[in-house]
Design a protein around this ligand. Structure first.
Ligand code: PMP
Length: 431
């Protein structure tokens, strides 16, 4: 990895931190630099090839550099950069999402997930006339001020002020008010949500949740939990916001809401909807999105919906739709990988815990029989996970540093066999 090491030295002269914080803590002696990716493969500057299960943090649902996406981006780019949302392709994309996503009566496009989350918050505040939000431990909703402070924060309500270790080194510079915007509760505990909302509903504009807790542990909702949130929000005039930045297009073209059959008031789609080109959508029921129609809520952005990003989204949808078996196949591969790694853990006597659903899964090392919430994830052996991920990496398998694996529409049975075989080898070695 000498070339990567040299590049990190070079980068550190001009890029703050050399690489982004996510990769600074990547489980390797130093950051690795890559040259390009194609399909399920990615290549580093030192000549190594990797089978990629990071999909660039999720977006590359049809793999790296899909020819149809590239072709479409090129074609539309030649039409000129039609900014500010006044072109036919934007309408076409909106019509398509309207068809696919159950709650998408109206929508607007932004550049990324974090921005779209903020738009949802404004809409919720504007319509309800209330100010606070309820969010859940271990969920991630972007890095902007009023959500960033609590990325992985156990709740004050649950732990009490004294026992709440939520001052993170990177929280310097956040708005001092941002902490007061949120009530944070453990996820999947409907009774607790009911109790707290009954007390605080007069202040609550919205409940925001990842429909599957993907940012810590890939934990699915308890039976009835999402429906319970729906009922509570209806009872107290609170917006139910699904943050589908990860689940959107990963659980199907209708996102988790289509998959679970629960319709939120507002939701956010990003990552996979355009194969990593910068576009996100805030979608919702008309009665909520009318806050934007009436211009009570500002929605703006010079770069929103330029031709290439809309083209990337339309092409991604086309690729995902063209084979009716796409999602079944991805889900099958996900299950195969999950089962294979579980067998590998048993055979090697390792306390590797594998869970997840559809085409994503999470690996951690824990002595707990189950990982059911964020606090369980805190008990996992992160150092050992680091050794596992680094071991996989050194044998040509790339996985997200916190143990998350994403499967794309172009991964094959052979890819999964390879991942299981390599995973088994690494498990035999690590302590
Ligand atoms: N919400 C969730 C659930 C996410 O996983 C992320 C990004 N990982 C975001 C919001 C923020 O999206 P972006 O990075 O595109 O701003």
């Amino acid at each position: 990895y000498q070339k990567s090491k040299d590049l990190l030295d070079r980068a550190s002269q001009v890029l703050a931190g050399g690489v982004s914080s996510e990769f600074r803590k990547y489980n390797h002696p130093h950051a690795i630099f890559y040259t390009h990716g194609e399909g399920t493969l990615i290549y580093d500057v030192d000549g190594n090839t990797y089978l990629d299960f990071t999909l660039s943090q999720g977006p590359l649902i049809v793999g790296h550099s899909h020819p149809k996406v590239l072709e479409s981006v090129e074609t539309y780019s030649r039409e000129g950069q039609l900014f500010a949302g006044q072109h036919i392709k934007e309408i076409e994309l909106a019509e398509k999402l309207h068809q696919l996503i159950p709650s998408a009566e109206l929508m607007r496009f932004c550049l990324d997930g974090s921005e779209a989350v903020q738009t949802a918050f404004r809409v919720a505040r504007s319509k309800t006339g209330k100010n606070k939000f309820l969010r859940f431990e271990g969920h991630y909703h972007g890095w902007l001020d009023n959500v960033a402070w609590g990325i992985s924060t156990p709740s004050v309500e649950a732990l009490g002020e004294d026992d709440n270790p939520h001052v993170f080194p990177w929280s310097a510079g956040l708005s001092p008010n941002s902490k007061d915007d949120f009530i944070i509760l453990p996820w999947n505990d409907l009774e607790l949500v009911e109790r707290i909302v009954a007390e605080k509903h007069a202040e609550l504009a919205a409940i925001i949740t990842e429909p599957i807790m993907c940012n810590n542990g890939c934990i699915v909702p308890n039976e009835g939990f999402l429906q319970g949130l729906r009922t509570i929000c209806d009872r107290y005039d609170i917006a139910l916001i699904f943050d589908e930045v990860i689940t959107g297009f990963r659980l199907g073209l209708g996102g988790a809401q289509g998959y679970y059959g629960i319709t939120p008031d507002l939701s956010i789609f990003a990552k996979a909807i355009a194969s990593g080109y910068p576009i996100s959508a805030i979608v919702g029921k008309k009665e909520w999105m009318d806050e934007i129609v009436s211009a009570r809520v500002i929605h703006a952005g010079t770069m929103n919906t330029s031709n290439p990003t809309v083209a990337a989204a339309l092409a991604t949808i086309e690729v995902l739709e063209e084979d009716p078996d796409t999602y079944n196949r991805m889900f099958r591969l996900g299950k195969k990988l999950k089962d294979g790694l579980r067998v590998a853990a048993q055979e090697t006597g390792q306390n590797l815990f594998v869970q997840g659903t559809a085409a994503m899964l999470s690996t951690s090392f824990t002595s707990l029989p189950e990982v059911k919430n964020y606090r369980d994830t805190l008990q996992a052996d992160k150092a050992k996970l680091g050794r596992f991920i680094a071991g996989l990496h050194d044998r040509g398998i790339r996985v997200i540093g916190r143990g998350l694996w994403y499967i794309s529409a172009v991964h094959t049975e052979e890819d999964i066999d390879k991942a299981i075989a390599v995973g088994t080898e690494v498990l035999k070695e690590i302590r």
